[in-house]
Design a protein around this ligand. Sequence first.
Ligand code: NAD
Length: 485
Amino acid sequence: MTYPTQPKASHFINGAYVEDTAGTPIDVIYPATGKKIAQVHAATPAVIDHALSSARNAQAAWAALTGTERGRILRRAADIMRERNHDLSVLETFDTGKPYQETSEVDATSGADALEYFGGMAATLTGEHIQLGEDWVYTRREALGVCVGIGAWNYPTQIACWKGAPALTCGNTMVFKPSETTPLCALKVAEILHEAGVPAGVYNVVQGMGEVGAALITDDRVDKVSLTGSVPTGRKVYAAAAAGIKHVTMELGGKSPLIIFDDADVENAVSGAILGNFYSSGQVCSNGTRVFVHKNIKEAFLARLSERLAGAVIGDPQDPETSFGPMVSERQLGIVEGYIAKGQVEGARLVYGGNRIKDDGFYIEPTVFADVTDDMSIAREEIFGPVMAVLDFEDEADVMTRANATDFGLAAGVFTRDLTRAHRVAAGFEAGTCFINSYNDAPVEAPFGGSKLSGVGRENSKAAIAHYSQLKSVYVRMGDLEAPF
Ligand code: NAD
């Protein structure tokens, strides 16, 4: 049976699928074959207006529900997502090309985690009471209003939920624009939220390229923008939001360091480097792509890494045995091939991979460069593909300076058996999300986000609440009020 990849319509607005074929057609390409599997249309100005007015109109009634009521609906949506994990994972694999082995473990499930976590928190959100002699102040934690979410293509279900769950928990409504490269999954998130009882207009999805995102951000009906994307897009979105003094969350790119000391467990360190470079074919923002390996263990590390990479099962991503899939698009494949060529030209030693491996689909081998120096392009620029740069070091202070010598600050990791060094290094990293003897864990309970150019604000955890709500202070005078005249 062919899996139904064509959605009922392009957009989901005010509780229903909406189509407007006047919008620019967007072909959805299955990365494993390069073949078209669906088509949607970019939102026209009329569709954008419909989505924003629906979100605006629905907001007050949604915010007026108790937290318990909002939370119950979100938790019900989490249950539905888990029940449909198989179908959602198959669709995620069609949308992104990521192996089913991954999508069935981390995509709809992490989306459900966010809905469950924030749904559970909804009833606990409170203001505070501040006594001032006999007078007092109380604070109310209030919704921001209408939030726009804009997604990248690597985790379409997760991003739709990581933004939607805290936004809705706080009483906001949302218009979500998925990446034009992966437009399918967010529609399912919207469907499930409505099936669970989210009122019409509270969570809407519109399709389109950057122009649609730009039109959403600049609209006066919008109070907050949350973007997951690259730094160049972040600069534009942040600037557009600033013009309207809108709240922002920016989850942007990275070039994160992973430092492996010579006392590390090499097997675990290799696992960390694999998880931090080749999961999702390297298309993960927090990847530790600058792998600093102590000179004493460098060759042992490289040898074991190559052995383990030979065990990657590259093939049809819908096959549960496949552990490494294609790049999301021909364009992304071209970018990766360009960086592999640059690495060779700039003098790095190619120790594994480097080649396209299939004629159809956007496949490229997991690739490792050694003897990489700090100034090489593959050590400085975000590639967003399966290309690991291994750099040598000997001294802790020196490697910390080099690890932090980047404008990015999303993530960082360290492998060592030395307890105090592990925490000293974590404290010294200029990055928002750090790992000790692990890499790329992103549980909903922990704040996730970047420093420096990698972003503003935090997703997940209690910290996200501060980015989707605002405090109102109410001063209450108990006695007479004096004035100067
Ligand atoms: P991108 O910046 O090209 O696009 C991201 C989204 O922004 C897309 O939906 C796009 O249509 C939209 N967009 C583009 N121009 C816009 C504009 N002017 N106004 C409004 N919206 C606009 O990113 P991508 O190629 O889809 O994703 C890869 C990037 O995302 C990488 O840099 C990666 O590191 C980053 N990323 C970050 C995180 C994180 O949580 N920090 C997670 C995943 C991906």
